[in-house]
Ligand binder design. Structure first.
Ligand SMILES: Cc1ncc(COP(=O)(O)O)c(C=O)c1O
Length: 403
């Protein structure tokens, strides 16, 4: 199969008229989608179904899924162990107003794998980061959060830029946003206000800031300064967890006080998690109080817990090594063909100076479904043939958009 013929567009039997569907969507949902992050002008297609590494959209086009619901679907679509785990959990009931053994099992697996002593689950990475910040403020008795320009941590108020409508002035008085990776800026903040800092929130390979792995010297400085000033270090592993058995933090030789997770640990269902040492996580312990608020009718719902456990159990060290090495091969292959690409292992991002929406469409029309900012993530469902196909299509798309 050639790269371009992978994007077939046979009409799916019973498929709605795509223009009509888009118009209906815009009539009832602002900009036609509940996720502002999915915008590519004039509008992205709508998904219909997925099987292994392939997604079929509502107009019948079949594309290789390098988006993987923004890096969550580590095993692609319809992965048998996840399907089975969800079916078994579903048979027992969709959700309960009580904790379940499935929540305990996933927390135990993640504890054994990462060394983080205690876990709490939410329905999104956004909530996990929101709770990490709240916990850090509660534990330190301080307000100030330090984070870095261009790093995305979801859409709660403290991590949303102050120029976005709806964020109050009061909110940005308690959040300091420093230039990405700037040791000088970090030292200045700690020199001036170190004892006010509740936490430094950091992503070790921030996607939106360019998917460059963080400089180890800088990460060590974050750890040392936070420790010296009694501030917490929060590492956001929502995306990077997939890169190593225990997340990216340990590869830097640091142990954060708190870490946030999401995406792959839910096996394709809604998830987020906050993890950390027992003494810090006891902020959420009703027995020790005063209690930091954390509810969530569907937090740790059994379907997510079952799907997540199946996903992470199947994503063991050999699977991680294999996927990362295939990602490295693809990245080197693209670089050798002159495509500017950043990343590490199974995550990469095309960094060409071209219109990113044009690039997205050029990729999609050649059968490669990327993130809106040209983020590409591999799944274990991808075959060598899929990856070869994708490499040719990506090179072709980049060349077409450049000219
Ligand atoms: C590093 C990081 N943190 C937090 C989030 C927010 O996660 P969610 O979209 O599940 O709310 C994301 C989402 O892409 C992310 O990439």
């Amino acid at each position: 199969m050639s790269a371009t013929s992978s994007h077939s567009s046979d009409k799916v039997a019973g498929a709605p008229d795509i223009d009509d569907l888009a118009a209906r969507a815009r009539a009832v949902i602002p900009s036609g989608t509940s996720r502002s992050t999915l915008y590519v002008p004039p509008a992205v297609p709508m998904a219909r179904s997925g099987r292994s590494a392939w997604l079929t959209d509502e107009s019948g086009s079949r594309v290789l899924d390098f988006n993987n619901n923004y890096t969550s679907l580590i095993h692609g679509h319809h992965f048998e162990p996840i399907q089975r785990a969800i079916a078994e959990a579903l048979d027992e009931g969709t959700s309960f107003g009580l904790p379940t053994r499935r929540e305990v099992a996933l927390a135990e697996h993640l504890r054994d794998r990462t060394g983080h002593e205690q876990w709490r689950f939410s329905n999104s990475g956004t909530e996990a980061v929101m709770q990490a910040i709240r916990c850090a403020r509660a534990v330190t008795g301080r307000d100030l959060i330090v984070r870095f320009e261009g790093s995305y941590h979801g859409t709660s108020d403290p991590v949303t830029d102050s120029d976005r409508p709806g964020i109050t002035c009061a909110e940005h008085e308690t959040v300091m946003v420093l230039p990405q990776g700037s040791l000088a800026a970090l030292q200045t903040v700690f020199g001036d206000r170190g004892d006010d800092v509740a936490a430094v929130l950091i992503d070790l390979m921030p996607n939106r800031a360019g998917l460059e792995p963080a400089d180890p010297e800088f990460i060590n400085a974050v750890r040392q300064l936070t420790t010296r000033h009694g501030s917490l270090m929060i590492v956001d592993e929502v995306i990077t967890f997939r890169l190593a058995l225990n997340g990216l933090g340990p590869s830097y030789g640091i142990a954060p006080d708190l870490a946030t997770f999401g995406k792959v640990i839910g096996g394709g269902l809604p998830v987020g998690a906050l993890a950390g040492r027992t003494d810090i996580m006891s902020a959420f312990d009703a027995k020790t109080g005063p209690l930091v608020a954390w509810g969530g009718t569907f937090s740790a719902n059994p379907l997510t817990m079952a799907a997540g456990l199946a996903a992470v159990q199947a994503y063991d060290q050999p699977a991680i090594d294999d996927l990362n090495s295939r990602g490295n091969q693809l990245r080197h292959c693209l670089s050798d063909a002159g495509v500017k690409v950043n990343g590490r292992g199974s995550l990469m991002r095309i960094m060409e100076k071209v219109d990113v929406s044009d690039l997205w469409w050029a990729l999609y029309r050649r059968g490669v479904f990327a993130g809106t900012n040209a983020l590409l993530s591999l799944s274990t469902a991808m075959t060598h043939e899929d990856l070869n196909l994708a490499a040719d299509a990506i090179v072709d798309a980049v060349q077409a958009v450049r000219s």
